[in-house]
Design a binder for this molecule. Sequence first.
Ligand code: 13P
Ligand code: SF4
Length: 324
Amino acid sequence: MNLMSNTEIDPSLDLVAEINRLRKEKNAVILAHYYQAGEIQDIADFVGDSLDLSRKAAETDADVIAFCGVRFMSEVAKILSPEKTVILPDMAAGCSLEDSCQPDEFEAFVKANPDHLVLSYINCSAAVKAHTDIIVTSSNAEYIISQLPADQKIIFAPDMHLGGYLSRKLGRDMLLWQGTCIVHELFSEKELVKLKARHPNAPVAAHPECPVNIVQHADHVGSTSSILKFCIEHDEQTLIVATEPGIIHQMEKEAPHKTFIGAPGADGNCNCNTCPFMALNTLEKLYVCLRDLGPEIILDEETRVAAEKPLRRMLEMSPPVVKK
Ligand code: 13P
Ligand code: SF4
């Protein structure tokens, strides 16, 4: 008799072998974000940033998309591929940016500014996307905004730091929603300056979700995939990385001879900058979700259709795919 509950796993199971078996049996594709644990990145069919993952989800011919990231990312997969079964290892994997922008309040804000074009960062709920004109990610926002007429008034939500960075860089006035990422806000400028003094030649790469006091010290600012490319291709052997430290796993795989130092928080190390939402997904939960085909992303069809429009617009206005 099996006395284990559905969520308990036989400790003798070879999880990697089981995940590989289930992936084949269910015709599933495993997509993972760079902020996932190394063992999840290693088993995924594809690892990428938010834009790469959206594109993969839109074009896959698998029956099941096992999305190892946070909920808004798996919702994007479902919005773009509604006929697929989209599963997420832990449904509690949310995002502080999504939490900071509640659909009712956002709808009222949009209605109060009717002459503005509404741009939302992909880190928001499907309901907020439904009130948006164009979705952007950190890798295509500059490219998309540059296509808009100079006098076009813009609302940007929910990340005030990414919005502020774009506004400064492109010289455009934007009405910013005041949301933030709790992970990128934890980097300490004081500790970063000390770290730079210890490694004077180490370039700093930062995600634009970081506040301006961190971004101002960066030699490169961009999405996770652009940070990865910058760090791997740079001639310097030691680099400082100001984003969630999960990405260092890919850097070490692609450039094992180099040293990548996570930017520090106020305690002088980078452990506090692990995204608590991304960390909810584990190899065990990935196995269970492939076995049970759940937790599954289910969206109300009206919201899905309304959210698909700004996402399709994003894909149409994005830069062409560069082969790696
Ligand atoms: P990108 O992967 O698009 O750079 O975004 C990072 C992020 O915020 C994930 O939560
Ligand atoms: Fe959200 Fe920040 Fe975590 Fe990304 S790192 S999922 S923006 S809380």
